[in-house]
Design a protein around this ligand. Structure first.
Ligand code: SAM
Ligand code: DTB
Ligand code: SF4
Length: 364
């Protein structure tokens, strides 16, 4: 079995990304087979537990309050609502629930306590629980771990250089800090990014350098194709071609052989043939469910038909890592510290973000 390398350079990665297509595909598929069962795909279900109204300015995101998009915002869901959705997801073959909140960072208090209860509840349903709640401290990560969290999703989204052209309300180093905080616990790390935001191939390679040189590498890496939502600064971005998606998946697989590579946003634009190429190139996870967080996703039944056609099976939970123990709130070893961490706020000017905000003021 090939060794996992942690010293990939941008040049190494560009050389892989730009290989003749068939060679790239063959190499990625070969590495994939050395480390994974090629017929098993892990299925995660997304649940937006708190939608919209986010203070950040992420240029791709329909949930940023400052842009005018057509989404319906919602306060934090109840534990019972989340439980009902998790049971539905389990019945449809999903092994993981990923709960997303449109927050810049987690704040200690009632809402976080409610999220911890959601984590306990889903873990007790024998499903893997993932959260994506924005930036978190080490103490908050420990409290999530105690509740039974399996994974924390926190994407780097692009290269450090291109990140500055998309987001001005936090820095790339904040993302790395949160990943580091999660790493200090037994929660696995899920971190990937978005392609199709107008970045260069060098930026895609730069993002893969940042992810693959983490030691350990993230246990899962979502690869999103931008969903260009009207009202966001990136509304006019042209969709990426399937060839770019396959190249990105294959390169991710080669530089991170053990990780679970997840086909994430953008699958509604992809044909079955396109997705089959991605699975061949090393993708072994999907987000399933009729909705991502706020935008459409393929119908679950269509996905299951695709699995049947391709002879793929959904992965059972806790195959890669044991089910975490749930510690009840009353037995917790960690107190809420009520910290006010200094996450950065660079506030440099991104013209297209400013323009989308100004346009929203007129429309609203
Ligand atoms: N607020 C938290 C954060 O930013 O970390 C968690 C939720 S946020 C919506 C999670 C991820 O969704 C982002 O990091 C980004 O990768 C992805 N995302 C958001 N909008 C997207 C879009 N329009 N197209 C593709 N991916 C998107
Ligand atoms: C990830 O990398 N992609 C998911 C999940 N992690 C949280 C989110 C995709 C969101 C797409 C836009 C939307 O539906 O709002
Ligand atoms: Fe907020 Fe996350 Fe959307 Fe950025 S990506 S605007 S932090 S919900």
């Amino acid at each position: 079995m090939s060794e996992t390398r942690h010293n990939w350079t941008k040049e190494d990665i560009l050389e892989i990304y730009n290989k003749p297509f068939m060679e790239l595909l063959y190499e990625a598929a070969t590495i994939h087979r050395l480390h994974h069962d090629p017929n098993t795909v892990q299925v995660s279900t997304l649940l937006s537990i708190k939608t919209g109204g986010c203070p950040e300015d992420c240029g791709y995101c329909p949930q940023a309050a400052r842009y005018h998009t057509n989404i319906e915002g919602n306060d934090l869901m109840s534990v019972q609502q989340v439980k009902a959705q998790a049971l539905r997801a389990k019945a449809s073959g999903s092994s993981r629930v990923c709960m997303g909140a449109a927050w810049r960072n987690v704040k200690d208090g009632e809402e976080f306590d409610q999220v911890l209860e959601m984590v306990r509840t889903i873990n007790k349903l024998d499903m893997e629980v993932c959260c994506t709640l924005g930036m978190i401290t080490e103490n908050q990560a420990q409290r999530l771990a105690e509740a039974g969290l399996y994974a924390y999703n926190h994407n780097l989204d692009s290269s450090e250089e291109y990140y500055k052209k998309v987001i001005s309300t936090r820095g790339f180093e904040d993302r790395l800090q949160t990943i580091d905080n999660v790493r200090k616990t037994n929660v696995t790390v899920c971190s990937g990014g978005i392609i199709g935001m107008g970045e260069k191939i060098e930026d895609r390679a730069g993002m893969l350098v940042a992810l693959s040189t983490l030691n350990p590498q993230p246990e899962s890496v979502p690869i999103n194709a931008l969903v260009a939502v009207e009202g966001t600064p990136l509304e006019d971005q042209e969709p990426i071609s399937i060839w770019d998606m396959v190249r990105m998946v294959a390169t991710t697989r080669i530089v991170m052989p053990e990780t679970q590579v997840r086909l994430s946003a953008g699958r509604t634009q992809m044909t079955r043939e396109g997705q089959a190429m991605c699975f061949f190139a090393g993708a072994n996870s999907i987000f399933a469910g009729d909705k991502l967080l706020t935008t459409p996703n393929p119908d679950v039944n269509e996905d299951m038909k695709m699995f049947e056609l391709l002879g793929l099976h959904p992965q059972k939970p806790f195959i890669k890592k044991m089910q975490p123990q749930t510690v009840e709130a009353t037995d917790s070893q960690y107190q809420a510290l009520g910290e006010k961490p200094k996450w950065s706020r660079p506030e440099h000017t991104i013209e297209r973000n400013v323009a989308a905000k100004e346009k929203a003021k007129v429309v609203k």
